[in-house]
Design a protein around this ligand. Sequence first.
Ligand SMILES: *[C@@H]1O[C@H](CO)[C@@H](O)[C@H](O)[C@H]1NC(C)=O
Ligand SMILES: *[C@@H]1O[C@H](CO)[C@@H](O)[C@H](O)[C@H]1NC(C)=O
Ligand SMILES: *[C@@H]1O[C@H](CO)[C@@H](O)[C@H](O)[C@H]1NC(C)=O
Length: 439
Amino acid sequence: MRLLQFGFLVALASGLSAILIYIAGVSNLNAIHQLSHEDVEALESLQSSFRKCVNANGLGLQAVTGNDYCQVIINFPSDTVPKWKDPKTGELEGLSFEFNLCEAVATWEQVRNSTTVLTREFIDALPNGWEDYAWRRINKGILLNHCQNKTLCVEKLSLVLPETPPYVPRQFDRCAVIGNSGDLLKTRFGKEIDGYDAVVRENGAPTQNYTDYVGKKSTFRLLNRGSAKALDKVVELDETRTETLIIKTTIHDIMNKMIQEVPINNPVYLMLGASFGSAAKGTGLKALEFALSICESVDMYGFTVDPGYKEWTRYFSESRQGHTPLHGRAYYQMMECLGLIKIHSPMRADPDRVVKWVPSSTTIRAARVASEKLLRRVGAGSEDPLAACSIRKKQVRRSTVISSLRKAAVEHRKFVKGTTLYPLEHSLGHGMVCTLPTD
Ligand SMILES: *[C@@H]1O[C@H](CO)[C@@H](O)[C@H](O)[C@H]1NC(C)=O
Ligand SMILES: *[C@@H]1O[C@H](CO)[C@@H](O)[C@H](O)[C@H]1NC(C)=O
Ligand SMILES: *[C@@H]1O[C@H](CO)[C@@H](O)[C@H](O)[C@H]1NC(C)=O
C-alpha cells in the first residue's frame, strides 16, 4: 500500500500516461483508459472529503480509503460491542464495512432524476411488459392468464397503475423520512417534522398519541409486504385518509385482496427499484430512495444511528428482531457524506447542525461522471441527459399540470426534454427506460 501511494506521487509528477499505468495496475485496465486526468482528480477529491466528513460527523466512525479510487472502509471504534448475530451463521456483526463510493455516487445520483413509481407507460415500454413483467410482479394470483386479455388485465391493475408518474423529480422541496426507531422517544422532533413539505412514514407507524415525538403530518407511507397485507389497518393510521400508500414489493396476493374487498380511497402505488445490493433491502432505505426521487433535500429521523446500540426498538411497540444495525448506521453515514441526506437523531438533535466536509456539488458531479466511466455505465460521461436510456419509447402525453410545479422541477423537466426516466431493474450498465413526449 505504501509503495502504491509513493507510486502515485511519482505518477502525478510524470503526467497522464504514467497515471494510467499506475491505476491500471490496481484496477480495471479497459475502464481506466477512458478516465481523464480530471476524472482521477475528481475521484480523489471525493474520497478525501468523504473521509473527512465521516470522521467529523460519524460520532466515532472512521473512514479509510481502500485499494483504489472507489473503495472506502468505515470502521467502528474497537470498543463497540456488536449485538446482532446473523441467524444463519450465528456470527456477530463485524465492526468494519467496505463500500464502493463510485457505485454509490453513480447510482444514487441517478435516483434523483428517476421516477420510482410503477406506471402503465413503463410496462408498455418494456418488451413483453404485460405478459412478463406485469404478470410476475402483480398478477400471478389473479389468474389473468399472463395478461393475454390486456383489456381485462389493465382494468384490474388500474387500481395501482397510473398512466404516467404521479410525481416528478424535485416536485417537493424539503422532505423528511421518518423511521420507526425507539430512539424517537428520546427527543421531541414533532414540530420540526411537521414543518417539512412532505413527510414519508413507514409500515404501521402511528402518529396518534406520539405527535410530540414524531409529528402529525404524513404525506406518504411506504409499505413492505407484511404491512400491505393489512392494508385496511394501515389506512386507519392516518385520520385524514389522504396519505398516499407506496408498496415496495411484489404484490399478487395483496392485489387480489384489494380488488376484491378493501375499500380504500387513498392513492396506492407500487414502487420500482434500482438495485443497491444487500444493503438496501429494508423499508428504511426504500423510503429514502423514494424521497430522493421526488424531493430537493431529504432529512432522516427515527433511524437507530447513534453509538451505543443495544437492541432493535420501535417507538410504538415492543422491541423486535432487526437486522444488521451497524452496517445500516455505516451506510446512512455514507449517504450523509455523499450529500444525499441529513441525519437527525438524539445525539444530532440541533436542527441547524451543519454537516462538515460534505463534498461540494461540483465534486459530486465530477466524481459521478468519472464513476460512470469507470463502471462502464450506459451513456457514461455523455452531456446528453438521455444517454443512459437503453429503452426509448414515445408516449402521447395528456396535458400535465406543469404550472403548479416548483421552479426546480420545471427546470429539470426542461433539462430532460419532458422525458420520464425509470430505472431498469437488473440492468448491468444501469440503463434506463425512457418515455419521451411525442413531437
Ligand atoms: C377481455 O376482457 C374484457 C373486459 O372484461 C371483455 O369484455 C372481453 O370480452 C375479453 N376479451 C376476450 C377475447 O376474452
Ligand atoms: C391512543 O391512546 C388511546 C388511549 O390510551 C388508545 O385508545 C388508542 O388506541 C391509542 N392510539 C394508538 C394509535 O395507539
Ligand atoms: C440530473 O439532473 C440534473 C438537472 O436537473 C443534472 O444536472 C444532472 O447531471 C442529472 N444527473 C444525472 C445522473 O443524470
